[in-house]
Design a protein around this ligand. Sequence first.
Ligand code: 13P
Ligand code: MG
Ligand code: MG
Length: 372
Amino acid sequence: MSKLTLSAIKADVGSIGGHTCPSERMLEAARAQLAEEKKKGTITDFDVTFTGDDICLLMVHTHGSDSADVHNLAWGIFEAAADIAREEGLYGAGQDLLADAPSGNVRGAGPGVAEITFDTSAEERSAEPFLIFTADKCGPGAYNFPLWAVFTSPLYCGGLMLPKMKVGFTFTVIDMEHTGGDRVVELEAPERHVDLAVLLRDEGRFGIKSITSRLYPKQQVVSVSTDRLHTIAGEYKGKDDPVAIVRTQGVFPAPEEVVSPYVTAHFVAGDARGSHHMPIMPVAINTPVAGPYCLPVVACAAYSVTSAGKLSDRVDLFGNTAWDDTRLKAQRKGAELRQQGFVGPAMLPIQELEYGAFRTSLADIEKEFTVR
Ligand code: 13P
Ligand code: MG
Ligand code: MG
């Protein structure tokens, strides 16, 4: 059995003029380092993209998930890019590098990690197409709705009625508020799709961490980065801005099904100061964040990979004109909600506000209350 691993590791290590996007020099440094590692044979291939102010390193290799070599490599690249950001006077240089030097695993140290390892000789996977989703200005629960929709509901994914998908999928859901060890539950769909809804409605606490085929239990189809920066750091350190890998086709949903729920432009938590609700807008890969209240964005790149670990060119799914109408819809939905400013659902509940200083402002006023 020969194995291949897809590692998508994403971090915000500094951006131009606020929380917009990384600089070209930062991206070039990341590409140069990964090209070097490809020559050395550490990785078989790579791609470097950005979505808003986050850099995403996609690495293909044979070291398995949670490999110290690959995680250290990513950390080193982010540190070097953060140094460039400092030199250039960029905002939030090193923002997501919360540990001093993680020992061989960047999970829990700030960067978002999605990884899937698979058997390249499995008969049920004659080809390996996959998608990388990168979102900015939102929490790791941002993928809850679209993933639940695609993997449990024929309304969004007609392919679920096919014999090999009817059997369903096993969801691993993580309690993102829990610190010290991963607190997880495994629920099987379609039977438990309502129980999944009970958890996933709370996108601030519960997130889909992975999804696996029930017919081929060794085949993981989805991996999502689910660390919450404020849970790691104990205070606001920026948003979590998740990355997800979704393998597609054959015994899995097709890319056109996987992207279908994004037409909703669903409301997510995050946005300006990590403290509001706004709809998520599908955008082209390498798009800076420029919208009012940091309108959240999500990009989706499609790739194929050979069994030797060589990546195809990328296809920019959300960069296509097919998403123009959804972009307008997201902007309109955002503008509607923003008209009510800070009131009710326009802002997050007080416990969820990522800028803890909002709570300090409340505490100051609390002192003036009297009970009559
Ligand atoms: P990032 O987490 O993307 O850096 O966003 C921070 C923020 O609060 C923007 O308003
Ligand atoms: Mg930032
Ligand atoms: Mg970001």
